[in-house]
Design a protein around this ligand. Structure first.
Ligand code: DX5
Ligand code: ZN
Length: 224
């Protein structure tokens, strides 16, 4: 039994020299999932992790490895991230001409399938995908970097998606600018997975992990 609203720290804000320790620390301090931001320097203007890194950190993750692919083309790499141990693979709606095929490929790889929407992409775009996905990721910043400000125009989109999802078992994940001020706003619209980078890792370290616990509690207490 997991918590009703999950907090998924993004290791984009962790110490890059210490991923294993950082992951153990945030999980011990209350993280529900571990969010891994994969960027290709093409779909987004930043470069981060390949499948080898995902495979290397997998043994440290006891919870759920939530891989967010900000890469285009995307289909070619799905199998590699699945083999690296992803539990959930999320691809961008904007990264392919054939999002439905991409979702099928993710499920065929044995992972749960997520579709991510850039701020400019309307909720209705994914209507035809609702029976083929396990997660919708609403970007509340322009993807590419941590530490950006929350784009509040996305709140209406979250509400719309929540009602489109209805009784289906689909996670509604919010990614970008989540902290103790914005978390209650998105939970009120129906979000049930909150990605947070800066707000979880700020001020702490794997040698001083209780700060991560305080940061996670501050976010959780703001909406519970
Ligand atoms: C942005 C990434 C986010 C980001 C969140 O492209 O997808 O996961 O790391 O970071 P914060 O919480 O700092 O906005
Ligand atoms: Zn992300």
């Amino acid at each position: 039994m997991g918590r009703e609203v999950k907090i998924a720290p993004s290791i984009l804000a962790a110490d890059f020299a210490n991923f294993g320790k950082e992951i153990r620390a945030v999980e011990a301090q209350g993280a529900d999932w571990i969010h891994v931001d994969v960027m290709d320097g093409h779909f987004v203007p930043n470069l981060t992790f390949g499948p080898a890194l995902c495979k290397a950190i997998r043994p440290y993750i006891k919870s759920v490895m939530d891989v967010h692919l900000m890469i285009s083309p995307v289909e070619h790499y799905i199998e590699e991230y699945a083999e690296a141990g992803a539990d959930i693979i999320t691809a961008h709606y904007e990264a392919t001409d054939h999002p439905h095929r991409t979702m099928q490929a993710i499920r065929a790889s044995g992972c749960k399938a997520g579709i991510a929407l850039n701020p400019a992409t309307p909720a209705e775009s994914v209507e035809y995908l609702l029976d083929s996905i396990d997660l919708i990721c609403v970007m509340t910043v322009n993807p590419g970097f941590g530490g950006q400000s929350f784009i509040s125009s996305q709140l209406e989109k979250i509400e719309k998606l929540k009602s489109m999802i209805g009784s289906r078992q689909i996670f509604l994940e919010i990614d970008g600018g989540i902290d103790s001020k914005t978390a209650p706003l998105v939970v009120a619209q129906g979000a049930n997975v909150l990605v947070a980078g800066s707000a979880v890792f700020k001020g702490g370290s794997s040698d001083n992990p209780s700060v991560y616990g305080e940061n996670i509690s501050a976010i959780r207490n703001a909406f519970e």
